[in-house]
Design a protein around this ligand. Structure first.
Ligand SMILES: Nc1nc2c(c(=O)[nH]1)N[C@H]1C(S)=C(S)[C@@H](COP(=O)(O)OP(=O)(O)OC[C@H]3O[C@@H](n4cnc5c(=O)[nH]c(N)nc54)[C@H](O)[C@@H]3O)O[C@H]1N2
Ligand SMILES: Nc1nc2c(c(=O)[nH]1)N[C@H]1C(S)=C(S)[C@@H](COP(=O)(O)OP(=O)(O)OC[C@H]3O[C@@H](n4cnc5c(=O)[nH]c(N)nc54)[C@H](O)[C@@H]3O)O[C@H]1N2
Ligand SMILES: [Mo]
Length: 796
């Protein structure tokens, strides 16, 4: 491949960040260039087919996920040229159950641009932009300009007049809706609140519901220069801070925390927190002064806790029966909290399941009962540790962002309702107090996301995608989403283009240098959209006459002029590009809006209807009990295990990659066993099922089945099987209605329902399954092979 090798160089191991020989890309004479990813800044150089990767020198705890880049550039899973599904080409646009089953035909960029522009025109002029779904959810890659979501939204706004969008995220679908009712500002709660520095210095007790897994804080959208969590936790512990891990998996807390593991049944945190509150109230250790001055609705909630309203006091014994945590242990924990600087953290995972609004609201209320809101290192650290950009200071200057223009379509869906929307056009549903209707979608356009990674009940998703006229996907690699598309456009990886890496909570802005030429005929999303825009006669409006480099200089200017306005050194773009990075100033660690609220709730009220923490919400009461109870409450779950599916499957984030990205990468591959994703279960459960460590197992329920490799560990609760997300969907026989996934994608098993009628968030984290040893012949893994007809071009 052109521009590839820098000559014969010794191969080095990736990512051993403590290697004394590392220069982090700072050294002038080195050919390593700085770049960035969602899992860390790094520097790299092309070395034949491989990429040599070095972590950022200032990062105390770089992520081994950087190792996924080493073999990615030329991997056969990459898409080499534009492809069109044979049936779409021959029979034209229209609903088609053969998506994901038919061969592809390679075509030239000219041909595909023409055909796609024609189809976009047909849908726009015949059905209007309201028939286009451009929600295109997904994490894409680091880099502010080539950010795929910004590119696709800008294109659809300019070329189509808009699109049906999606709101909220798979990450925080329930909390993004409940938090505004309870605390007001959602983004300030996660992005500008208690910091790791405060935890290191001030916190005395951390009640971590769902843990503080370092695998998760390794990732921060946009990039991250320093992974500080391990160090902060170690420092807090050395000072005597106690860490309590509530959850089904011991590795959810780093060893440095020396945490006490309170091993609760998944999905029962709300009951356990209610019992903690019950015990505090009974011992008269609740902070009544805080509850009166800063909250509304305490009396109504207290009546529920004490059982006055429903006849059931939320005692520790009551919670033991639900959560499996001994009543004496619950009471002991409650008795040790009053008067301490306590931080309550609730991982995103808790709300990514049925009634996921409740543990978030309940966590906020538990923190209120303890009265520590706004104090350094205390209060409610929602989602702290779930992503690396939480618990940080904010930059004092704005970063680069690409303008997306105006969306002429008002309609939206809550993001995880995609299959419902496609399967039930016109149907009514509830969302945040409204009754809405699903639009009638003809064309779905995706860039930078992988619904066959992120969505639940994949067999149902296949049916949903069969309903549209046309599915267009820009991808770097042959993900299952690309395989189910009609038109597949090969996109570059960030390694193959220039960009600016930036996150509003990280001071290091990175000049992301190009490290390799594009694979095959792959093009940047920007270039693809610019070509389509030209074919639709809006080329100039889309590009504004700039090429990529000119856009980078243009976007950088926002930061540079802000620096200049503050009389700070403000290097021009050329200098920034040459230096490789710019360190921007940050705002002080001031505790954010919750500190201001504590200091003076009248001058700095919360953005809730009452201006106070809403323990009881009149607004939600007005929506009706069928949407959500008006205060946090324990509710039974339809999705809980039963006789047919007696285990809880915890489908959490993978430790060896970001979601499905670079699942073919070296580090992700190193964690597989016999090619399968590894599922962890308790030795006692395994023994009862005749399963030994290393066996191939089949996980199944009424929705589907997948294979995985068994690992036995007493770090997982009995009754729980953990299988991370992200193994590429690999149907044994795509012709089947519910094919066996031979690789281990848990989303063939998960349930596609909203968290509740309030938020309609994703519920992928927990689902009920059964398990057995797989005795048949082991089917091959074909997920990384290009689909039929899609012949790889030679690598030049
Ligand atoms: N069961 C279950 N399911 C879950 C979850 C769970 O806990 N359990 N978690 C959910 C969560 S929190 C999330 S955020 C989602 C994540 O879901 P996604 O964000 O959809 O997952 P990714 O694998 O990051 O998908 C990004 C895709 O974009 C592609 N890509 C990267 N860069 C570019 C680019 O520059 N251009 C183009 N065109 N493509 C690019 C990558 O190859 C990849 O296929 O998954 C959700 N799904
Ligand atoms: N390495 C890596 N890091 C990531 C990501 C990734 O793909 N890879 N994705 C990033 C993204 S987009 C997001 S949104 C965050 C997600 O952050 P989270 O959603 O918090 O992450 P998960 O790993 O899914 O879940 C954390 C832990 O919660 C526990 N858990 C599950 N259900 C329950 C429950 O009901 N109660 C309790 N107490 N615990 C429970 C599980 O043991 C699980 O390991 O992670 C981010 N970080
Ligand atoms: Mo997420």
């Amino acid at each position: 491949m052109a521009g590839a090798a820098d000559g014969p160089l010794p191969r080095r191991s990736v990512c051993d960040g403590k290697d004394a020989g590392m220069d982090g890309g700072q050294s002038e004479q080195s050919t390593f260039k700085l770049h960035s990813s969602h899992w860390g800044i790094f520097s790299a150089r092309r070395n034949g087919d491989r990429l040599d990767v070095r972590p950022y020198a200032d990062d105390p705890d770089p992520s081994p996920m950087l190792g996924n880049f080493t073999n990615a550039l030329n991997h056969p899973a990459r898409i080499a040229q534009p492809m069109i599904r044979q049936g779409w080409l021959e029979r034209g646009a229209g609903p088609d159950a053969r998506r994901g089953r038919e061969a592809f035909v390679p075509v030239s960029w000219d041909v595909v641009t023409d055909l796609l522009a024609g189809e976009l025109r047909r849908v726009r002029d015949g059905h209007g932009p309201g028939a286009v779904f451009g929600g295109s959810y997904g994490w894409a890659s680091a880099g502010r300009f080539h950010h795929a979501q910004s590119q696709i939204h800008r294109f659809l706004n300019i070329a189509m007049g808009g699109y049906v969008r999606s709101v909220n995220s798979y990450s925080a679908g329930a909390s993004a809706v409940i938090v505004p009712h309870v605390l007001g500002d959602y983004s300030g709660l996660t992005m500008h609140n208690v910091t790791w520095q405060q935890v290191a210095e001030e916190t005395e007790v951390v009640l971590a519901f769902g843990g503080l897994a370092l695998k998760n804080s390794a990732v921060a959208g946009g990039g991250i220069s320093q992974h500080v969590e391990r160090g902060a936790i170690a420092a807090a512990r050395a000072r005597g801070c106690r860490f309590l891990l509530f959850g089904p998996l011991r590795p959810d807390m780093p060893a440095e925390a020396e945490a006490e593991w309170i091993n609760l049944v998944p999905g029962t945190d709300t009951a356990l927190m209610l019992a903690l509150v019950y015990c505090l109230v009974k011992d008269n250790k609740h902070d009544i002064g805080f509850l009166e001055r800063y909250c509304v609705g305490w009396e109504k909630f207290e009546a529920y806790v004490l059982g006055v309203t429903d006849g059931q006091p939320k005692t520790a014994a009551w919670a033991e029966a639900i959560s499996g945590v001994p009543a004496a242990q619950i009471a002991a924990i409650a008795s040790q909290l009053a008067g301490k600087r306590v931080l309550v953290t609730v991982a995103h995972s808790l709300q990514r399941s049925e009634h996921g609004e409740q543990p978030v609201w309940m966590g906020a209320v538990l923190a209120a009962v303890l009265g520590q809101y706004g104090l350094p290192g205390g209060g409610f650290g929602y989602a702290m540790g779930a992503i690396g950009y939480y618990g940080r200071r904010n930059n004092a200057v704005p970063g680069p962002t690409l303008g997306q223009g105006q969306n002429g379509v008002e309609d939206f869906i809550p993001v995880a309702r995609i299959a419902d929307m496609l399967l039930n056009p016109g149907e009514r549903y509830r969302y945040n107090g409204e009754t809405r209707r699903y639009p009638d979608i003809r064309l779905v356009y995706w860039a930078g996301g992988n619904p066959f990674h992120h969505h639940q009940d994949l067999n149902r998703l296949r049916q949903a995608f069969a309903r549209v006229d046309t599915l267009v996907v820009h991808e770097q690699a042959w993900t299952a989403t690309a395989r189910h598309a009609d038109i597949v456009l090969p996109a570059t990886m960030s390694l193959e283009r220039e960009d600016i890496g930036y996150s509003s909570n990280d001071p290091v802005m990175v000049a992301m240098h190009r490290l390799a030429e594009p694979y095959g005929e792959a093009r940047d999303d920007y270039t693809i959209f610019a070509g389509l825009a030209a074919a639709l006669d809006v080329g100039e409006r889309f590009t504004e006459g700039r090429d990529s480099r000119a856009w980078l200089a243009h976007l950088y200017e926002r930061t540079r002029s802000a620096l200049e306005a503050q009389n700070l050194p403000a290097p021009g773009f050329a200098e920034f590009w040459e230096q490789g990075k710019l360190v921007v100033p940050q705002k002080p660690d001031d505790g954010g809006y919750l500190r201001a609220f504590r200091d003076d709730p009248d001058t700095h009220p919360l953005k809730t209807p009452s201006g106070r923490i809403e323990i009881y919400s009149e607004t939600i009461a007005g929506f009706g009990e069928a949407d959500c109870p008006p205060h946090p409450a324990w509710m039974d779950k339809r999705s809980a295990p039963d006789r047919a599916a007696p285990f809880y499957l915890v489908a959490n984030q993978p430790a060896t990659r970001l979601h499905s990205q670079l699942d073919f990468g070296a580090f992700s591959q190193s964690s597989k066993h016999r090619g399968r994703e590894v599922a962890t279960l308790h030795p006692a459960d395994a023994a009862a099922k005749g399963i030994a460590d290393g066996d191939i197992i089949k996980l199944f329920n009424q929705r589907g089945a997948c294979l995985a490799a068994a690992r036995l560990s007493d770090g997982v609760s009995p009754g729980v099987i953990q299988l991370a997300t992200g193994a590429w969907y690999d149907p044994q026989d795509p012709e089947d209605e519910k094919p066996l996934c031979v690789h281990g994608n848990p989303n063939v098993l998960t349930l596609d329902v909203g968290t509740s009628n309030l938020a309609q968030g994703c519920t992928g984290q927990l689902t009920a399954v059964n398990v057995e040893k797989f005795e048949g012949n082991l089917p091959p893994i074909r997920a990384y092979e290009p689909p039929r007809g899609a012949l790889l071009k030679a690598g030049d």
